[in-house]
Structures are given as structure tokens and as C-alpha cells.
Design a protein around this ligand. Structure first.
Ligand SMILES: [Zn+2]
Length: 169
């Protein structure tokens, strides 16, 4: 270790680093937009800085969780902070309600219809699904599961394009 003095590490500066960490399945969607970052703690003891990032995994057993965890470590270690822990918080469980507005926009740009309603809303199944390609609501479901279990395959009857729908969950 050299005597390079690093900028002061704060939770905000760590959160900025996490903006570069994206969902392996949707590369335009950052994990902050996905809403899985619960908290960042920075402990400084003498010259040592220890960062603890707490995330809520999206789907238990989803292989993406391991990739995301490795990417978080890498993003923080690349900034010269070698002491990183990633903790999982399972309660309350992650829900699509935590996807941010900019996250929903990134989903549309990736050709994926974002959840059309709150997962906590009992009328979820009656929501109109908007085609991410043309904005039409003349859409119908083709299959309950799309490219991944968290998505359904839909079809637009106006522009004839199929698309993935990120199911409220
Ligand atoms: Zn369409």
C-alpha cells in the first residue's frame, strides 16, 4: 500500500459508485434504479475504511444476485476502497414498487414494459399494459413467463411487436 491519500469516503460517494453497477439482465438499468440498494454504511477506523452495502436481492435464487454482488465489490474496490462487505436484507422483500421512475424509463428504452401498477395494489391484474415500442394499450399476453421468470411475454396488436413485461411482484 502506498501513502496515496484518498478522498473522504461518504455514503453518498459510495452511492455514486453504485450508479455504475447495473442489472446483468438489463444493462441500462442501474441497481439503484432497480431499487435494491437499501443502505450504505461507511466505518472509518484510523486509516481503514470499511464499506457495508446492504441490498435486497430481487428474486431469491436468481443467479443475477451473485453477479450484482461481485459488481458492487468491483465498483467500490476500483475506487481504491478495498474493504467491502455486501449484506443481504430479505425483509421486507424487494418489490417492483421500488423501481424508480427513471428506472421505469430505462426499462421502456430497453423494450421492456415496466410494472403497470403497484404490486401492493389488489387490482394489479386489471392494469393496462402499455407497449414499450409504440405506447399502445392494445396488448395481450402471449405467455406467463418471458425471457426470465420475472417477466411475461406480451404482444402488441397495433405494432405487432412482442415485448417483455416486468410483472408487478
Ligand atoms: Zn406497440
Amino acid at each position: 500500500m502506498s501513502a496515496v491519500s484518498l478522498p473522504v469516503v461518504t455514503p453518498d460517494s459510495v452511492l455514486e459508485l453504485l450508479d455504475s453497477v447495473t442489472d446483468p439482465e438489463i444493462p441500462s438499468l442501474s441497481i439503484r434504479d432497480l431499487g435494491i440498494v437499501r443502505s450504505v454504511h461507511v466505518d472509518t477506523l484510523g486509516k481503514d475504511t470499511h464499506v457495508v452495502v446492504t441490498i435486497s436481492p430481487t428474486y431469491s435464487g436468481c443467479p443475477a444476485s451473485r453477479v450484482i454482488e461481485a459488481d458492487i465489490r468491483e465498483a467500490i474496490e476500483r475506487a481504491g476502497i478495498g474493504n467491502v462487505s455486501v449484506k443481504h436484507q430479505l425483509n421486507p422483500p424487494w418489490t417492483t414498487d421500488w423501481i424508480t421512475e427513471s428506472g421505469k424509463q430505462h426499462l421502456r428504452e430497453a423494450g421492456i414494459a415496466p410494472p403497470a401498477c403497484w404490486a401492493s395494489d389488489p387490482a394489479a391484474n386489471d392494469a393496462e399494459i402499455e407497449c414499450p415500442h409504440c405506447g399502445s394499450c392494445n396488448t395481450r399476453v402471449l405467455a406467463g413467463f418471458g425471457s426470465t421468470p420475472c417477466k411475461a411475454l406480451w404482444h402488441c396488436t397495433d405494432c405487432f411487436e412482442p415485448f417483455d413485461y416486468f410483472k408487478p411482484h
